[in-house]
Design a binder for this molecule. Structure first.
Ligand SMILES: [Zn+2]
Length: 416
């Protein structure tokens, strides 16, 4: 899947119509969640049941009926992907107590106990059409939405060329709202014919506090400084919002400024992540990294680390995306003992965070993170029995509703 994005230009009443369609999507998703909560004890609810339910919603509410039927379907699929993710969490490593609660407690109780329990959405920003309800204009710079939401013809601004692809290969069209306007995204099904020549090289990455990452060849990549700088200015503009009275014009304005600054950082972050991810994938056949558990990291209050976390997650997504695209291997390994074990002899050398050098009796002396990176690479190669490497395919990148399309790929036995 390849995603192309254009900015959209339209009249105010069309933007209004897009907002309305986005609200409807959220309504359907939340309604499906309620339906699941109310009935999942008696009957088995799966994606087909939700699909059927969304058809009922169409008959019940006019504003749902106004939305293209496949777009309604894809809203129901959003609910399903939240639910199935929750089920997966229950099956996987989520502690037993929580899993038990999930079976015994009432839905209301469960919601308190489980972080993975699907939540109602209040801030949905996108609506997704599949293969109907829209039409690309012959001039190739316009798209018309033909359902009864009244969005109509939108002008596409951007330098991508959607028309080098067949219309048939466009699987999804999403309209989304950002702080600086409306965007149209096309998800395109491209075959992976852009395989690169093997390089014969493999690399392991270790994320640390000191550096953005350290690799198994002994190189370190510095933390992007712009993140911390803009973090300051974001904080400032955030405080400014609360100085103005609720509902006032000034407050509305400063909220907008804040949102835009956020968007800027997001873009800088993406650029940074994309660039190094692409370089790594191009110059290595295999990239190994830690499978960090996000939940644990959120608990960490250290600012430097939390900035890193977001950047790192994004970086990982791009890493997985590019390796999928170019037929390379991206392998996430469990981080246990990677920093303690000696990369030469395997003996555990205990050291606190402040110890920056790994020194072992066997004569091995390495920078701490370099040692860890080598261990990570070794694990990914399958050198250790506890290796349980799994890579997540591009799904994370494409957003919630596309999870169904791009299933999790086990990178241990890649089909590419
Ligand atoms: Zn050793």
């Amino acid at each position: 899947m390849l995603v192309l994005e254009y900015k959209v230009k339209a009249k105010p009443r069309q933007y209004q119509a897009i907002r309305e369609a986005i609200r409807t999507t959220q309504f359907i998703r939340n309604k499906c969640l309620i339906y699941w909560m109310d009935t999942c004890k008696e009957t088995k609810i799966d994606r087909f049941a939700l699909n059927k339910y969304s058809t009922e919603l169409r008959n019940e509410y006019k504003f749902v009926k106004d939305l293209n039927s496949m777009a309604v379907q894809s809203s129901a699929e959003r609910a399903w992907s939240a639910i199935s993710r929750f089920y997966e969490n229950c099956l996987k490593k989520v502690p037993g107590k929580k899993a038990k609660n999930a079976v015994l407690g009432s839905p209301q109780e469960e919601r308190f106990f489980k972080t993975g329990y699907p939540r109602f959405q209040h801030d949905n920003r996108s609506v997704e059409y599949k293969t109907s309800g829209w039409k690309l204009h012959k001039t190739k710079r316009r798209i018309t939405f033909s359902d009864k939401k009244g969005i109509g013809e939108l002008k596409l601004l951007g330098k991508w060329d959607i028309h080098t692809f067949f219309v048939k290969s466009i699987k999804r069209v999403r309209l989304l709202r950002r702080a600086d306007g409306y965007y149209c995204q096309f998800s395109i099904d491209v075959d992976n014919s852009n395989q690169l020549e093997p390089t014969g090289k493999q690399i392991g990455l270790d994320v640390g506090l000191e550096y953005f990452y350290s690799d198994s060849n002994g190189n370190h990549v510095e933390n992007p400084r712009f993140l911390r700088q803009s973090q300051k200015s974001i904080k400032r503009s955030q405080r400014r919002i609360y100085k103005h009275q609720k509902g006032s014009n000034k407050r509305h304005k400063s909220r907008k400024i804040y949102a835009r600054k956020h968007l800027k950082v997001t873009r800088q972050r993406t650029e940074f992540a994309k660039k190094i991810a692409l370089t790594l994938v191009q110059s290595n056949d295999l990239v190994a990294y830690e499978d960090l558990i996000v939940k644990n990291m959120v608990k960490n209050h250290c600012l430097a680390k939390s900035i890193n976390d977001v950047a790192w997650r994004l970086f990982r997504q791009w890493l997985e995306y590019f390796s999928y695209k170019y037929g390379r291997q991206a392998i996430a390994v469990k981080p246990h003992y990677t920093s303690q074990s000696c990369s030469t002899c395997g003996i555990k050398v205990k050291k606190s965070l402040s110890v920056r050098t790994h020194i072992c009796k066997c004569g091995c002396k390495l920078q701490r993170d370099t040692n860890a990176a080598i261990n990570i690479l070794e694990k990914a190669r399958g050198g250790h029995p506890q290796s349980n490497a799994r890579g997540v395919a591009t799904s994370t990148l494409l957003g919630e509703s596309l999870v169904e399309q791009v299933a999790t790929v086990n990178r241990e036995s890649p089909r590419l």
